[in-house]
Design a protein around this ligand. Structure first.
Ligand SMILES: [Zn+2]
Ligand SMILES: [Zn+2]
Length: 406
């Protein structure tokens, strides 16, 4: 089969690899009909996540058709159309029983590696380095799904791939970020980062009753989407002092909750931003926490800081005194996607949300390297790329990728 493989920072290649096979009785194999590039894939692409190996298959947002099931998978059959959550979870350990699926104790065979970095391990994730299991990802024509009796959910034929694909990660991740804000009527929520996760956090904050959502980014296309698709107020941090603007908009008090949907590669102007970039290059700190700091300082007293953005290791110059003295609560975590699949599918079926609004580009799997560049560099106002693994490569007349705007 064809798969998008990592060969080093900024070196992706779509190559022929062996088809996956059933290894355990609870496995299934799915033929992938649609797969997406996630913002967190860029951290792998840019080389910020340790424990990647040459030839690793990327991708953790994917869906498709079941083509083979192990003998203990009773809930799926060949031919079922499914969307697959990015965390791999056994369904029966302490954490799965608590619905903390991304922390499954039985799905990361490399837990010892993660324990060295983090103290304790998470569960395993698809296509996201050997630190979290080294599982082959879904930017491929097929994938093996371990614990297939717990993860994938069947989707009705009436919904298109693009309406349900983001149940795999982006939609539940934005939703959990908003849910973690314990939103009450009248609340103002500020969201840093208007990529796909930010867009879903904004929509979810409104679904959960926020009065106002303030979206912060520097790319006009993303701010426009936040405004037009969800009715957010917008702030461009390149031209506005965010802290002052948020104070002005909230009577000097600050937003009730703040969502960092950016994570470890944040860009912010100013001296601390430059300090972070230099330190990250020299590696005494692994992550650039400029959004995190700004969100901490901006949040109202007694407010909630929710962090769906991915961090890998250590961060520096965190204003801990501000958090402690002002009673700020932090809520974070890799998304417990399995918990949200059914309720969020219901919201899609009810017409409360159509997640396909984030898709700006559709490309073939063999265009993956170009798609990553387009997404990373924000060219052509790219917000979300869906890759089609089975679309035939047409005899190409041009050397540029075929880009189709939404
Ligand atoms: Zn992701
Ligand atoms: Zn488990």
């Amino acid at each position: 089969m064809k798969a998008n493989c990592w060969y080093g920072a900024e070196d992706l290649r779509v190559v022929d690899v062996p088809d996956p096979r059933i290894l355990n009785p609870r496995d299934a194999i799915i033929k992938i009909t649609s797969t997406a590039i996630c913002g967190s894939d860029l951290h792998l692409y840019n080389g910020y996540i340790p424990a990647m190996m040459r030839g690793d298959i990327l991708g953790h947002e994917f869906m498709g058709e079941v083509v083979e099931v192990g003998r203990e998978v009773k809930n799926l059959k060949v031919g079922d159309r499914v969307v697959n959550p990015f965390p791999i979870a056994c369904g029966s350990c302490f954490f799965c029983q608590e619905s903390l699926y991304s922390l499954c104790e039985n799905s990361n065979p490399n837990a010892w590696m993660a324990e060295k970095l983090w103290g304790h391990s998470t569960g395993g994730f698809f296509g996201y380095s050997h630190l979290v299991g080294g599982y082959a990802g879904g930017q491929a024509q097929y994938a093996r799904i371990p614990f297939a009796d717990v993860g994938p959910i069947k989707v009705p034929e009436g919904l298109s791939d693009e309406q349900v694909l983001f149940l795999s990660d982006a939609f539940p991740t934005g939703y959990m970020a908003a849910e973690n804000c314990s939103i009450r009527p009248g609340d103002t929520v500020a969201v840093w980062g208007c990529g796909p996760i930010g867009q879903f956090a904004i929509k979810s904050a409104f679904l959960l009753g926020a009065e106002r959502v303030i979206a912060i980014d520097r790319y006009p296309g993303r701010l426009r989407m936040a405004q037009n698709e969800s009715g957010a107020s917008v702030l461009n941090y390149a031209s506005t002092d965010v802290k002052d603007a948020l104070d002005d908009l909230t009577g000097g008090r600050g937003p009730d909750s703040c969502i960092d949907a950016v994570g470890l590669e944040a860009h912010l102007p100013g001296a601390l931003g430059a300090y972070d970039r230099i330190k990250q290059k020299l590696r005494p700190q692994t992550d650039r926490p400029s959004v995190l700091r700004q969100a901490m300082m901006a949040c109202r007293n007694g407010g909630i800081l929710s962090i769906p953005g991915v961090y890998g290791g250590f961060v520096d110059k965190i204003p801990f005194g501000s958090l402690m003295n002002r009673s700020i609560t932090i809520k974070t975590g890799q998304t417990h996607v399995q918990r949200y699949l059914r309720p969020l599918l219901e919201r899609i079926e009810n017409g409360e949300i159509d997640p396909s609004f984030v898709v700006t580009h559709r490309m073939r799997l063999d265009e993956a390297a170009a798609a990553f560049r387009l997404f990373r560099d924000h060219h052509d106002e790219c917000i979300k790329v869906v890759l089609k693994p089975w679309e035939e490569q047409r005899p190409s007349t041009a050397s540029t990728p075929r880009v189709q705007l939404h």
